[in-house]
Write a protein that binds this ligand. Structure first.
Ligand SMILES: *[C@@H]1O[C@H](CO)[C@@H](O)[C@H](O)[C@H]1NC(C)=O
Ligand SMILES: *[C@@H]1O[C@H](CO)[C@@H](O)[C@H](O)[C@H]1NC(C)=O
Ligand SMILES: *[C@@H]1O[C@H](CO)[C@@H](O)[C@H](O)[C@H]1NC(C)=O
Ligand SMILES: *[C@@H]1O[C@H](CO)[C@@H](O)[C@H](O)[C@H]1NC(C)=O
Length: 799
């Protein structure tokens, strides 16, 4: 029954609703197959592989399936051979009833890409049903006065087969009174009529028993019989008469069982038994007897079972009124069933892609069909999905829709969609069906790893232990699975001099960086390298970041004394004239410290002297001067022990021994006789003083402006390079210290030398002159032969 419903329905829907045919990926042309009903399960119907022109391998790899409109599995596709076989016994009478031809539409659906073919299966009839009478016996009352040629309607037989297999003829058992006449109604049905051939006589024969045989036209023919019981009656004058010969009534399909739909009535003018009328259905097929009931005495017709517009839309039934004397009349009742919107739309998913790749646009997600068993507006369907999802519906053919993704999706923003297909009919009230399908978006490697920082700065204290973990870089990848698994690596350094592999190693899995060996600030203060993060997708994506390692200085170098040379074979001895004034410059200790910053700020201190109080050391420049006038009593030989200490924590120091020899007589360079000069030309001396003061002020001015200029330039550059130049934390520079930062720093700064000639009292003054910037103090130590010049040089370091 269901199928019959479907067929009538889809036909209607095609006409009413599915006028559009946006055929996308649907192969035009359809396949037609034919099979006899009642064929054995598993019988061969067709070879689909051959008919579709596809290989068997493709058929199975594309998961070919047979989908029927009514969602029943009539056919089975053997993917190994491509054969389409019957998966159930088809009963034409059940599938199509009297509809001819009996056609079962179905689709062949292929996946990847989704594609479908229209096909039809014709089910042909075989003579598998015999004609049957619904009653066992017909009883007819005939008055003896009946004239020859009178016809009496009798029950017809039913045969479910169609065409030539349907009912063909009737015959009656041999008798002397009646013969059978066939009334061909023209609609394919034939009705038997009993015709009186020889007059009856109640007194002679009051009862007759005949057998009626119905034969179909099959080969061989099948037959069914019924017995006819005839009662010959005395005379009855008047036959019953119906008020109308045709009654029509409209009944909504939801009418409850037992409801009265109409009352038919007939009149008979006879009195007594001949005037009593009984009502009955005439020639009523089983479907009518199951649905309606007639009260034999009142003529009221009521419902015996529920009506269903979707199955039968109208009934036509003959009603016979028979009086007690056997005379009868006939009328026709037409029952029109009215449609009620009692069926919600149905959504049948034929094929669904559970996952779709995120980079594919306009991908087929699902193929589904909708239907509504109601008719008219009650059967019109509107189909929709949520507006806010990137999916659209596209009608394909008949009542089929495809669900497509509208644009490429992004798994990183949404990995799962619940798409609700809503089918609503236009009846009153509206009925709605929803079907939700879940679609997963599969990942494509479309996101490169992203470092948490583009630039990492790591600080390492020098003299670190080897394999020290100095920092971790990390990157994230918003893809999933292996597309998000990140491998870290060191990229080849830009600077070919940098042996990166021996300095740094990286843990490929977690991005931890290790210093492979102890770093030395004095050798390498900073270095940069690039790191890469690569995901495991295909193709893999990668990104880079820059890592700068800054080595922090530790106070690991003691001050180194350049002058006086400590390892000289003969200790260096300073000569001091006994006539020297207090404050006479005896010598100057020159020392450097290869650390930087505070660690290289030096201070000088007199530890021990043969004659305490005679010499003093300037803490910040290492100048050794006399602190009083010398007397004859002072010993000629003096030994001074000085300490040079840096400002590190803890501080490191070096000691230096200075030998001083007091001498009496001095040649010109050593003894300029300041007393005499000063006494004889005091004005000149004053003039020299003024000159010196003027020169010093000019020089100072020049120095300050230069200092300002250089300072501004350097600080700008330093700020630009962020942590670059100002890397070493500098405290407040204490006044009593000398900054002799590490060799490299020194070379990059401007250095000026103030040279004071010979003794204090002399009048020669050299202008400040720039020292070649690349001069390194280590190298400078080799030029120590020029003692005289060097001992008086004072390094200023302008930062
Ligand atoms: C056949 O039957 C119909 C009603 O069933 C009747 O009207 C008609 O006269 C009949 N035809 C013959 C030839 O008897
Ligand atoms: C989607 O990504 C896969 C894998 O990266 C690639 O093979 C395919 O061609 C892409 N498809 C489109 C439509 O870009
Ligand atoms: C989809 O539906 C399932 C089951 O109802 C639910 O667990 C899931 O969270 C839903 N997903 C989204 C994205 O709404
Ligand atoms: C003294 O030491 C310095 C540096 O350590 C070295 O260059 C120089 O040759 C040494 N001089 C002598 C005489 O040993």
């Amino acid at each position: 029954m269901g199928t019959r419903r479907t067929l009538t329905l889809w036909k209607r829907q095609v006409l009413v609703f599915f006028v559009f045919l946006g055929l996308s990926r649907v192969s035009t042309g359809s396949l037609h197959y034919s099979v006899e009903e009642e064929t054995e399960i598993g019988s061969f119907v067709a070879n689909l592989a051959r008919d579709l022109g596809l290989g068997v391998v493709e058929l199975s790899s594309r998961e070919a399936r047979v989908v029927s409109d009514d969602n029943k599995k009539h056919l089975h596709l053997n993917l190994m051979t491509g054969d389409m076989l019957l998966s159930e016994r088809l009963d034409r009478e059940e599938l199509c009833d009297s509809i001819q031809p009996c056609v079962l539409p179905f689709q062949v659906v292929l996946e990847n890409p989704l594609q479908f073919y229209q096909a039809e299966l014709h089910v042909t009839d075989i003579n598998d049903h015999s004609p049957t009478f619904l009653d066992k016996e017909i009883s007819i009352k005939i008055p003896e006065s009946a004239t020859i040629g009178s016809t009496f309607l009798i029950e017809n037989a039913q045969d479910l087969d169609i065409g030539s297999n349907s009912l063909h003829k009737y015959s009656i058992s041999p008798n002397s009174h009646f013969y059978i006449k066939i009334n061909d109604s023209g609609n394919g049905k034939i009705y038997p009529e009993l015709v009186l051939d020889r007059a009856l006589d109640h007194e002679e024969e009051s009862e007759l028993r005949l057998t009626l045989t119905a034969l179909d036209g099959g080969s061989p023919p099948r037959s069914g019989t019924i017995s006819i019981f005839i009662k010959v009656l005395d005379i009855n004058d008047n036959a019953p008469e119906f008020a109308q010969s045709f009654y029509e009534v409209q009944v909504p399909e939801d009418m409850p069982i037992g409801s009265s739909i109409i009352a038919i009535s007939a009149k008979d003018l006879d009195l007594g038994n001949y005037g009593i009328i009984s009502y009955s259905f005439l020639h009523a097929p089983e479907s009518i007897r199951k649905t309606f009931n007639i009260n034999p005495t009142s003529g009221e017709v009521n419902l015996r079972s529920l009506l269903d517009f979707e199955v039968i839309q109208s009934y036509s039934v003959n009603i016979q009124a028979t009086d007690g004397g056997g005379l009868s009349a006939k009328c026709t009742l037409s029952v029109k069933v009215l449609d009620i919107n009692d069926n919600a739309p149905e959504v049948t998913i034929s094929s669904i892609a559970k996952t779709i790749p995120e980079n594919a646009s306009e991908t087929l997600v699902a193929l589904f069909s909708v239907r509504d068993q109601d008719s008219g507006d009650n059967g019109r369907i509107l189909c929709s999905v949520q507006d806010d999802l990137p999916f659209i519906l596209k009608p394909t053919f008949k009542n089929f829709f495809t669900l497509l993704s509208e644009k490429a999706l992004d798994r990183e923003s949404r990995a799962e969609y619940n798409i609700t297909i809503t089918a609503t009919d236009l009846g009153t009230p509206r009925l709605t069906t929803q079907h939700t399908i879940t679609v997963q978006v599969s990942d494509v490697n479309d996101n490169a790893p992203a470092f948490t920082q583009t630039f990492y700065t790591l600080f390492v204290q020098e003299n670190n232990s080897p394999a020290l973990h100095i920092g971790t870089i990390s990157a994230t990848d918003s893809d999933s699975g292996s597309n998000a698994r990140i491998i870290y690596s060191l990229l080849p350094a830009h600077d070919p001099q940098l042996a990166l592999d021996s300095l740094i190693s990286i843990n490929a899995d977690n991005g931890q960086l290790f210093a492979l060996r102890a770093l030395d600030y004095e050798a390498l203060q900073t270095f940069e390298f690039r790191v890469g993060a690569t995901d495991q997708g295909s193709p893999a994506l990668s990104s880079q970041a820059l890592v700068r390692v800054l080595v922090l200085d530790a106070n690991d170098n003691a001050p180194f004394v350049l002058y006086p040379l400590q390892n000289a074979s003969a200790p260096c001895t300073e000569l001091l004239p006994r006539a020297a004034e207090p404050g006479y410059l005896v010598s100057k200790v020159v020392a450097v410290d290869s650390d930087s910053g505070q660690n290289s700020w030096l201070s000088f201190q007199l530890l021990k002297a043969t004659e305490p109080g005679l010499f003093s050391v300037w803490a910040h420049n290492g100048e050794v001067r006399t602190s009083r006038l010398l007397s004859e009593r002072d010993a000629p030989k003096h030994r001074l022990l000085l300490l040079v200490k840096d400002n590190g924590d803890p501080p490191r120091s070096a000691s230096v021994t200075l030998h001083v020899l007091l001498v009496d007589g001095f040649s010109q360079p050593y003894l300029p006789l300041p007393e005499v000069v000063r006494d004889s030309v005091p004005d000149e001396d004053a003039l020299t003083l003024y000159l010196v003061i003027a020169l010093v002020s000019v020089s100072l001015l020049f120095l300050m402006s230069l200092l300002l200029f250089v300072g501004v330039r350097l600080c700008r550059r330093a700020r630009a390079a962020s942590l670059g130049g100002c890397s070493v934390p500098e405290g407040h520079f204490p006044g009593h210290l000398v900054d002799v930062s590490g060799a490299e720093t020194l070379s990059q700064n401007y250095q000026y030398e103030v040279c004071l000639m010979g003794g204090t009292g002399t009048n020669e003054f050299k202008f400040l002159k720039p020292v070649i910037p690349s001069l390194q103090l280590h190298e400078a130590s080799s030029n120590m032969q020029e003692n005289e010049n060097f001992r008086n040089s004072l390094g200023f370091n302008f930062q």
